[in-house]
Design a binder for this molecule. Structure first.
Ligand code: FE2
Ligand code: FE2
Length: 203
């Protein structure tokens, strides 16, 4: 089979390059169109992944999905805005794939869509949440102190105190995931800041 024959078999819906340095504007028009469609599906993929936490107790009184719903419900009922509530909903979504650094996984997912403060809370909530249990595991209860003086220290401390550490009550009437779905879709509808935002503007 000759090279040209193989390239033609790529079909009209696929780029024709074998190495990116062979790419053309036509190739990237195809890929750009696919990317924009794929990006729109992000909220669905995130919600599907969040559902993986259903039934995952890990020894806790509630499973990780209920903990997520309860954290978000408590934040919502306390008057937090949608960016914050979506962060609360997703803050532990990284438990499955980032079992040793879960806050960073969630923070990376929400980063293009939320304020710097909300992102920081998500990224660092692990150290602040540790205040409530690290000492039971031989770790430093005051690990959060390394952030003393940081402008978002108090916001992160409050997230854990009011919502995250408080969200393990099996009798709490959390809102169902369907309640939060429209919020996830609105918050993730368009990146506030992303290296790919320019590509999305071409719609
Ligand atoms: Fe967490
Ligand atoms: Fe949590």
């Amino acid at each position: 089979m000759g090279v040209q024959e193989t390239i033609d078999e790529a079909g009209p819906g696929r780029a024709k390059f074998r190495e990116m340095k062979q790419g053309t504007a036509d190739d990237w028009a195809i890929i750009g169109g696919e990317y924009r469609a794929f990006a729109k599906g992000l909220p669905d993929r995130v919600l599907d992944h969040l559902r993986l936490l259903d039934g995952d107790f890990g020894g806790f009184p509630v499973d990780r999905l209920e903990h997520s719903l309860q954290t978000a419900t408590r934040a919502h009922r306390d008057g937090r805005d949608e960016q914050y509530v979506v962060m609360a909903l997703l803050h532990d979504i990284g438990d499955t794939l980032g079992s040793y650094n879960h806050p960073e996984v969630a923070a990376s997912i929400i980063k293009p869509f939320v304020s710097e403060e909300v992102h920081w809370i998500c990224q660092n909530h692990g150290a602040f949440q540790g205040y409530y249990y690290f000492h039971f595991l031989g770790m430093d209860q005051n690990a959060r102190d390394k952030f003393t003086g940081h402008p978002h220290y108090e916001a992160c401390r409050l997230f854990c105190e009011k919502y995250d550490q408080a969200a393990f009550d099996p009798d709490y009437d959390s809102e169902p995931l369907e309640f939060f779905e429209p919020m996830v879709r609105r918050v993730m509808a368009r990146p506030l800041a992303s290296a790919y935002a320019k590509a999305l503007e071409q719609e």
